[in-house]
Design a protein around this ligand. Structure first.
Ligand SMILES: [Zn+2]
Length: 98
């Protein structure tokens, strides 16, 4: 079931801000998210980062401005982004335990 809880919203917005270049990965943070989740948001955001005119790496649609790409990610790829961050966060935390 889709859950647009407050943490999910923060996670996806963070990725979209970094991906669209509206915020630098190193400049993004959230005091309410666990450290490994913040790290995962930065990694996924950097992976999806494109400069305008943006061609969306997830669906190929183009062209987007920064703001347009940001909104497109939030509206169209919300659950994909959440899933990406989940698996990245798991990978990150398990690599730290070894
Ligand atoms: Zn897309």
């Amino acid at each position: 079931m889709p859950n647009r809880g407050i943490f999910e919203e923060k996670i996806v917005r963070g990725v979209a801000l970094i991906a669209s270049g509206m915020t630098d990965a190193g400049g993004w943070d959230s005091p309410v998210l666990a450290r490994h989740v913040v790290e995962a948001v930065r990694i996924v955001g950097e992976r999806l980062r494109r400069d305008p005119p943006v061609r969306c790496p997830l669906c190929g649609r183009s062209p987007f401005t920064r703001k347009g790409y940001y909104l497109h990610l939030l509206r169209i790829h919300y659950h994909e982004i959440l899933q990406e961050v989940r698996s990245e966060a798991e990978r990150y935390s398990s690599s730290r335990k070894l």
